[in-house]
Design a protein around this ligand. Structure first.
Ligand SMILES: NC(=O)c1ccc[n+]([C@@H]2O[C@H](COP(=O)([O-])OP(=O)(O)OC[C@H]3O[C@@H](n4cnc5c(N)ncnc54)[C@H](OP(=O)(O)O)[C@@H]3O)[C@@H](O)[C@H]2O)c1
Length: 306
């Protein structure tokens, strides 16, 4: 088949007209079914010539139209080797609470690509972000380490409480965070993956600092009904987190982190999202509007008529 036909140009190219060369770039996206990864996949698929290989442990449930969904547990070398073959760049998240397998995963990626964007995790007790970044820098030539502030998506843990009533119970209601929209994290990751211009660490935050009780109020404004924070002692807050979907294995780590953060000064706000993407970071109010459906109470079913 002539190149012109393969590229969809059925008519012959006029003399003197340069050939169109279809340059396809293959991106591996881990965590592709998660809050950030799903946005990375969507944004990459908008780029001409981008092919996306999306990793999930359960491709049948991934629901990622346009992407090539591949099955892999990233900690399993036998799973990972075939899915990294032929990639040009990789977006890596670290969803585990131990870092033991991270050096091996980075080494596998390094055999196939020069460029990796790693989304740092604060949930790996024995491997703090600085060590994650240093491992990445020591293994990958074109590395970007994204150091994110708290995800706005953590507020989805409150969805069950908000659907059921007008209060959110938890610990450290006055704890302030610079909540970060997952679409902004993805936008920065996509710039780094596609341009290669962002070697180094990028510290991302949302545009403003809000306490947890203020976040609950903002969600209420997006829903059009008042919501309020209820402070719980730690044991009750722990039970509440687990009931709301936080893994048992992570609940204490999270509450310890909140207790430590509560003793720190208010977190800083960076302008990195805007510097990298050219757009200001999305506000928490925007995030709450984007996710209002997750918090909305089911419409009452109509009463049976006699
Ligand atoms: N929440 C925060 O405030 C915060 C702050 C800083 C950093 N982070 C980091 O950001 C990461 C991404 O967060 P997110 O909210 O986008 O994730 P998420 O919505 O919680 O989704 C987790 C993703 O990890 C994948 N996954 C889990 N274990 C896996 C394994 N063994 N092998 C392959 N895939 C696996 C899941 O894919 P399948 O289930 O389809 O396999 C899913 O796509 C987190 O893991 C954390 O490290 C979070």
């Amino acid at each position: 088949m002539p190149d012109s036909a393969r590229l969809g140009h059925a008519t012959p190219r006029p003399a003197g007209c340069p050939a169109i060369v279809a340059v396809m770039t293959t991106y591996l996206v881990t965590g592709a079914t998660g809050n950030v990864g799903r946005n990375v996949v969507r944004q990459l698929l908008n780029i001409p010539g981008a092919q996306v290989r999306a990793v999930s442990r359960d491709p049948g449930r991934a629901d990622l139209p346009g992407a090539q969904v591949v099955r892999a547990d990233i900690t399993d070398k036998a799973d990972l080797e075939p899915v990294v073959d032929g990639i040009d760049a990789a977006f890596l998240i670290w969803p585990l609470h131990t870092g033991a397998a991270l050096p091996g995963v980075l080494a596998t990626l390094a055999r196939h690509t020069r460029r990796v964007v790693l989304l740092g995790s604060g949930a790996v007790a024995e491997l703090p972000m600085e060590q994650q970044r240093d491992l990445l820098a020591a293994t990958i030539p074109e590395w970007t380490f994204i150091r994110p502030s708290t995800f706005a998506a953590n507020a989805l843990w409150w969805a069950r409480q908000i659907r059921a009533g007008d209060t959110v119970g938890g610990a450290h209601g006055e704890l302030a965070m610079a909540m970060l929209h997952e679409a902004d994290i993805a936008a920065v990751a996509v710039r780094a993956l596609t341009s290669g211009r962002h070697v180094g660490e990028l510290a991302l935050t949302g545009p403003a600092v809000l306490s947890q009780s203020e976040q609950v109020h903002v969600i209420g404004e997006a829903l059009g009904r008042p919501l309020r924070w209820v402070e719980l002692p730690r044991p009750a807050a722990r039970r509440r987190l687990v009931a709301d979907g936080v893994p048992e294995s992570f609940a204490d780590t999270l509450l310890d982190a909140y207790a430590a953060m509560a003793k720190q000064p208010r977190p800083p706000v960076t302008s990195t999202v805007e510097e990298v993407t050219g757009r200001p970071a999305r506000t928490f109010a925007q995030w709450a509007t984007d996710h209002a459906a997750a918090f909305a109470q089911a419409a009452p079913t109509s009463a049976a008529t006699s």
